[in-house]
Write a protein that binds this ligand. Sequence first.
Ligand SMILES: C[S@@+](CC[C@H](N)C(=O)[O-])C[C@H]1O[C@@H](n2cnc3c(N)ncnc32)[C@H](O)[C@@H]1O
Length: 129
Amino acid sequence: MLILWQTILLNIQYHQINMDWRTLFPAFYPEKNDKEANRDNKCSKVEFADIGCGYGGLLVDLSPMFPDTLMVGMEIRLKVSDYVSDRVTALRTAHPGQYQNIHVIRTNAMKYLPNYFHKGQLNKMFSVS
Ligand SMILES: C[S@@+](CC[C@H](N)C(=O)[O-])C[C@H]1O[C@@H](n2cnc3c(N)ncnc32)[C@H](O)[C@@H]1O
């Protein structure tokens, strides 16, 4: 019986996805060779998640309201997530120093949401369906 429970528990453990958030939010992460910043653990963490972010309207609106908070949209449709990614890139180019705190991941949030974040990491989660 004990072995059966151990097997079940092992199988439902979430597999943490090793995300390199630096690629999405380079302005919020120190350079890899910035030993001082790395030692002080100055890396920010995503705190807001927009589940099924669609074309990213909520992220774009929230970005200037919470400029120090990292927010990620999760979108299952490839073309839509590509659109959001291009939209963020265009906004960052048009408004230097702004919109650095938002980006998108193409994923099935229903299936993989817990794999992206540590326990207690998210402060807000939005989902408009
Ligand atoms: C009704 S739209 C809402 C879009 C946006 N939140 C808004 O308010 O404009 C729902 C979005 O969720 C996405 N979606 C549906 N299931 C999803 C899933 N399992 N993981 C990630 N995104 C999903 C859809 O592709 C769609 O873009």
